[in-house]
Design a protein around this ligand. Structure first.
Ligand SMILES: [Zn+2]
Ligand SMILES: [Zn+2]
Length: 333
């Protein structure tokens, strides 16, 4: 299956955890957490549609200003998602600067504050120095969806890190592939119509007609007929991001509701298990606990991140501990 998402652990397993996800075939990308980073290019930042902040500890949030500066001239809005209190924190950052030279800019920042059972939406425009904003409450989706697009959706649950902390999953609605050999055999010619066909399939609009390019010219054809001829629909790709949580039944139960069967799991492995007590006190995971959660979720691949500076010289042990707990699962079925 050709992937639709290309996730990148920007700082590697050490240093601040950030995952940049490029959405293929769209000029779009998402960012999970936004601490300190150097290796996201200005061009990549311009593609950012949404920033998903797990919590506002500095190592997860201090890069927001840098993103903002990179996209100031943009016409398309920026969406920021975060836990309880994020609205005030983002507005504080937006209000910290003088914007008298930016009155003609059209950037709008949409903030979505995700809380237990409810959410709050705030939109602030750069042309007013972000001063003229409105806020409204809305009900959270029962399936935990916090944002959606015809091709994918992002889900979130509120977890405990001594403060509320969000975990996220990015799920493709379905994966639509074109059978290349059939395309050629039937005399069809590739072009933008294939993108329209995929969009119709993903949105369930299979009764409409679209114009098909063929060797003999353009013809109108029903989407459902094209599906039978040249389309393969398979389950979509799923990526999860879990940072800074306590190892507890409540947290694991909530994670199961959104992250079971995930293809790629990014998860913090802050300490070795020898510091289990400290991890519990600070609301962090040990490497062993991270591997156990990966196993319990049935993750196909686990990528540890956010290793504590005290273990930077012992990364190999962290990785082994994650793998030991993860494969324990696989061996026992
Ligand atoms: Zn934290
Ligand atoms: Zn952290």
């Amino acid at each position: 299956m050709r992937p639709s998402f290309i996730p990148r652990l920007v700082n590697g397993p050490l240093f601040d955890p950030l995952v940049y996800v490029r959405i293929l075939n769209e000029r779009k990308a998402l960012l999970f957490d936004c601490g300190h980073f150097l290796s996201i290019t200005p061009r990549e930042l311009l593609l950012l549609d949404g920033i998903y902040i797990s919590h506002a500890h500095m190592d997860h949030f201090m890069g927001f200003d840098y993103v903002l500066r990179s996209i100031l001239h943009r016409q398309t809005p920026l969406h920021v998602y975060g836990p309880e209190g994020i609205t005030g924190k983002v507005l504080s950052k937006l209000h910290a600067y003088s914007w008298n030279l930016a009155r003609d800019y059209s950037l709008v920042v949409h903030i979505r504050e995700i809380r237990e059972g409810s959410a709050m939406s705030t939109s602030a425009s750069l042309c007013t120095g972000f001063k003229d904003y409105k806020t409204e409450e809305y009900k959270i989706d029962p399936c935990c969806v916090i944002s959606s697009d015809p091709r994918y959706r992002v889900k979130s649950v509120v977890l405990d890190h001594n403060i509320p902390c969000l975990a996220f999953t990015l799920e493709e609605n379905a994966h639509v592939n074109i059978r290349g050999e059939m395309l050629h055999r039937l005399g069809y010619v590739s072009g933008p119509w294939l993108g329209r066909l995929k969009e119709c399939v993903l949105t369930g609009d299979i009764q409409s007609n679209i114009e098909v390019n063929t060797l003999k010219g353009k013809f109108s054809k029903k989407v459902s007929d094209l599906v039978d001829e040249i389309v393969i629909v398979s389950p979509g790709q799923k990526v999860a991001y879990i940072a800074d949580i306590r190892y507890s039944y409540e947290n694991i139960d909530r994670l199961r509701t959104i992250a079971s069967g995930v293809d790629i799991l990014f998860i913090e492995a802050f300490y070795l298990d020898e510091m289990r007590n400290e991890a519990n006190k600070k609301g962090h995971l040990t490497a062993y606990q991270a591997g156990s959660i990966a196993r319990m979720l049935g993750a196909k691949k686990v990528l540890p991140m956010h290793v504590s500076p005290r273990y930077h010289a012992r990364l190999k042990e962290i990785m082994e501990e994650v793998q030991n707990a993860y494969s324990l699962v696989a061996d026992s079925g």
